[in-house]
Design a protein around this ligand. Structure first.
Ligand SMILES: [Zn+2]
Length: 332
């Protein structure tokens, strides 16, 4: 990985990995098997021992994590973690959010890692959403991706997206880095946005380099094509959505921008991401390495929970709206 984490980052990574069977956080790969999909998840011992919070909501871990107790249901403790986070946000010179699939779940877009949900249940994403599948059988690729366009195209941002927009407009958030390709941060109105896996907003032509075909136009061409493949106006080649497919490299400019944001922020809000998919999973380590703090707002454990200053694991929409209110921002 170019410009890797360096020795200090590797040390942080090792600390993060302590107790996690065989998960090498120090070697983020730019391979987007990556694109929302981690083959090794099943092998990772994500069962980090849950620590019971005391009455003040602190777990007593060496890192002083304020937590709502991993679903323990202690309302006082949850409030304490939220208050701690609100204080961190208000004190920080720079706050950045890093979002994953979990933030789009309230919009009706299931996280494909959740069993029994969605499109991915019926197909192997590693096979059908792979760059080789696109190259070898664009008809089959588009049979799947057309359905994905149809599913994602009509979804609307939810209160979690809006809370981040409201915070940005009040000068309390410098930007959003997202793993999602669903355009919901854009639609909500986030201005400083890094879509590290691209988005479904446009398609381009790998054959001749033509680009900038918008989602509506691509869908219209798909519907009009006898084989169901949206085609390039110039050369007739199959268009490819401007998302990072499995087997493709991430766009280095976008990744650099994400890294720069993470390195200079005082507080990284990790929202709705399991923080298991590299290279995005390495971004919080850049923040820690530079002396910043992490807040993790997601359901279910992450490999970095023990390094977070605050851990909230309620519904992301409710948590972010509560955070926005706690820092004095109206989200409606
Ligand atoms: Zn072309």
């Amino acid at each position: 990985m170019e410009g890797g984490l360096g020795a200090a980052g590797a040390a942080v990574a090792r600390a993060a990995a302590a107790g996690l069977a065989g998960m090498d956080l120090g070697a983020p790969s730019e391979e987007p098997d990556s694109h929302g999909y981690t083959r090794g998840v099943a092998e990772v011992n994500s069962g980090t021992p849950a620590q019971e919070p005391d009455s003040h909501g602190y777990t007593g871990a060496a890192t002083g994590v304020a937590s709502n107790g991993m679903g323990g249901g202690d309302i006082g403790a949850a409030r304490s973690a939220l208050a701690t986070l609100a204080e961190l946000v208000l004190e920080a010179h720079s706050v950045v959010a890093l979002t994953g699939a979990g933030i789009s779940v309230p919009s009706g877009i299931p996280d494909f890692r959740t069993p029994g949900t969605g499109l991915w249940e019926r197909v192997d994403p590693m096979e059908v959403a792979h760059i080789d599948a696109f190259r070898e059988d664009p008809v089959r690729f588009w049979r799947f991706y057309g359905e994905r366009f149809a599913t994602l195209g009509g979804k609307l941002p939810n209160g979690a997206h809006r809370a981040l927009v409201a915070m940005e407009r009040h000068g309390l958030l410098d930007g959003v880095i997202t793993q999602n390709v669903d355009m919901l941060h854009r639609r909500a109105g986030t201005e400083q946005l890094v879509e590290v896996h691209g988005s479904i907003a446009s398609c381009s032509c790998p054959a001749c380099g033509g680009g900038g075909v918008g989602l509506c136009e691509a869908r219209a061409r798909l519907a009009a094509d006898a084989e169901g493949v949206p085609r390039c106006d110039s050369c007739g080649g199959p268009l490819k959505p401007d998302v990072v497919l499995f087997g493709e490299m991430l766009d280095s400019a976008r990744l650099q921008r994400a890294r720069a944001l993470c390195e200079r922020t005082d507080l990284l809000l990790c929202v709705g991401s399991s923080l298991e998919v590299h290279p995005v999973a390495g971004l919080p380590l850049l923040t820690l390495q530079a002396g910043g703090s992490l807040a993790i707002i997601t359901q279910g454990p992450t490999p970095l929970d023990q390094l977070a200053a605050v851990r909230l694991d309620g519904d992301v929409e409710g948590e972010l709206q509560a955070l926005a209110r706690a820092v004095g921002v109206d989200t409606d």
